[in-house]
Design a protein around this ligand. Structure first.
Ligand code: ZN
Length: 134
């Protein structure tokens, strides 16, 4: 794991949350992107070497909608930057971690991603992400 790439925060109104985070961090968001496959809108902020990702559900069956319904707004996941996602997935699988996807998926912000089940990591949803280099 190279660094904490970003922290994902589930929000119910991304427009309001973006304004709030612009004030909080005193920086403008650098990217907003919809990820259709996950049913989310995302907005990203740079904070030094790391980022904050705001996540808003775009439909009722989105994982973010379910999360907010159960637990309310808040920290949704921690994402770690990795150099080779397939190598890390293999390593963690062999170490007994439960992967939520067997193949890397295309995530927001030009990344290949894989999630680990929160039960594997003390109740925290973990995202591995690797920059797509093309
Ligand atoms: Zn994320």
């Amino acid at each position: 794991m190279n660094k904490i790439e970003h922290i994902g925060i589930a929000v119910s109104d991304i427009t309001k949350a973006t304004e709030l985070y612009e004030q909080l961090l005193n920086v403008e968001s650098y990217k907003s992107e919809a990820v259709e496959s996950e049913g989310v809108n995302t907005v990203f902020f740079k904070v030094g070497e790391s980022k904050i990702e705001l996540l808003e559900a775009t439909r009722e069956d989105s994982p973010i909608a379910k999360y907010i319904e159960k637990r309310g707004e808040g920290i949704h996941h921690i994402a770690y930057d990795v150099t080779d996602i397939r190598v890390e997935m293999e390593r963690l699988k062999n170490a007994g971690f439960r992967l939520l996807n067997e193949e890397p998926k295309r995530g927001a912000d030009n990344k290949l991603v894989c999630f680990l089940h929160p039960k594997s990591a003390n109740g925290v949803l973990v995202e591995l992400c690797q920059e797509i280099r093309e």
